[in-house]
Design a protein. Structure first.
Length: 306
């Protein structure tokens, strides 16, 4: 049985209103700084890439510039690939993995692909180590028309004119122990639903698109990641976080129906990575390396099979 009082905010069984959301927001204090961690790393790339500010998040009194990094001498005749990180700001290796890829591997694709990277889609959430934005909205359920999330709307506007040339999009995420202890209880409380405990898988896995499954692509990405960190096994129900495992380390979601980031390009090859940073078998650097391995394998496969 679940405990009716599983979250400190709100009344069990009643969705949050404006007062509860304001109470939640007041509790979210910065634990790290976007301006210190991310912006200098982006600025350091300006010698080799084009860096653009594609929007500004306005959460008064805070405002955050949103940056994208793209291949210099972008060539419309070449296929294009998109890498997104930090859609959930608390998922650190999504941000750091995207930045590491830019610093170490992205130039390898000069002349063969246009590379576009949005390394930190949700800087407010990054600073507060939070899944939601300041309005208690999950950006990764908000990639829809007239999006309620500033983060999602800005990224979709950036990508829209480039969609026709996109062959691959990889969206970098983590599944953490705090998903079970903090973020899923908060979601249930916000929506006035009971909290149903689940299991956090130990290892890396991928989310494919159930409406456009690409099993060989997912397998190729996992094969590269397995050289860096371990792949999550299925639980005793044959599932990972409540979804059937369709191949080792692969589950499927209907990306567009759920408003997930990986749906925004309409590319043939899409995937969402899920690193497990809390594993005793993985270091922070391994988590970043796993993201980079996944990005490179995804690009390589997409270019070879387009």
């Amino acid at each position: 049985m679940t405990d009716a009082r599983f979250h400190p905010i709100g009344t069990p069984g009643q969705p949050w209103g404006a007062a509860e959301k304001a109470q939640w927001r007041a509790l979210q204090q910065p634990q790290r700084r976007y301006a210190n961690d991310v912006v200098p790393a982006v600025d350091a790339l300006r010698a080799d890439f084009d860096v653009e500010q594609y929007g500004t998040l306005d959460y008064a009194p805070d405002a955050y510039p949103l940056f994208a990094v793209r291949s210099r001498n972008w060539n419309p005749a070449l296929p294009s690939v998109l890498v997104t990180g930090g859609v959930h700001g608390y998922e650190t290796s999504g941000v750091q993995g995207a930045l590491q890829f830019l610093a170490t591997r992205a130039k390898d694709y000069d002349g063969s692909a246009n590379v576009l990277v949005a390394p930190c889609v949700s800087p407010w959430g990054y600073e507060r180590v939070q899944r939601w934005n300041a309005d208690a909205i999950d950006p990764n359920r908000s990639f829809v028309a007239n999006s309620p999330a500033q983060e999602s709307a800005a990224l979709m506007a950036l990508v829209e004119p480039l969609r026709a040339g996109m062959v691959m999009h990889i969206d970098l995420h983590e599944t953490t122990d705090s998903d079970e202890t903090e973020f899923r209880p908060a979601l249930a409380a916000r929506d006035g639903k009971p909290f149903e405990p689940g299991l956090i898988p130990d290892g890396f896995y991928l989310v494919d698109d159930s409406e456009n499954p690409q099993p060989a692509f997912q397998t190729a990405v996992n094969a590269a990641v397995e050289q860096v960190t371990h792949i999550a096994p299925a639980d005793d129900k044959g599932e990972i976080i409540g979804s059937p495992v369709v191949a080792p380390g692969v589950i499927e979601y209907p990306l567009k129906k759920l408003g997930l980031c990986a749906s925004i390009t309409g590319a043939t090859y899409t995937t969402t990575t899920e690193v497990y940073p809390d594993s005793p078998r993985a270091t922070p650097q391994q988590c970043n390396d796993a993201q980079v391995a996944a990005i490179c394998a995804a690009i390589d496969y997409a270019l070879a099979h387009r």
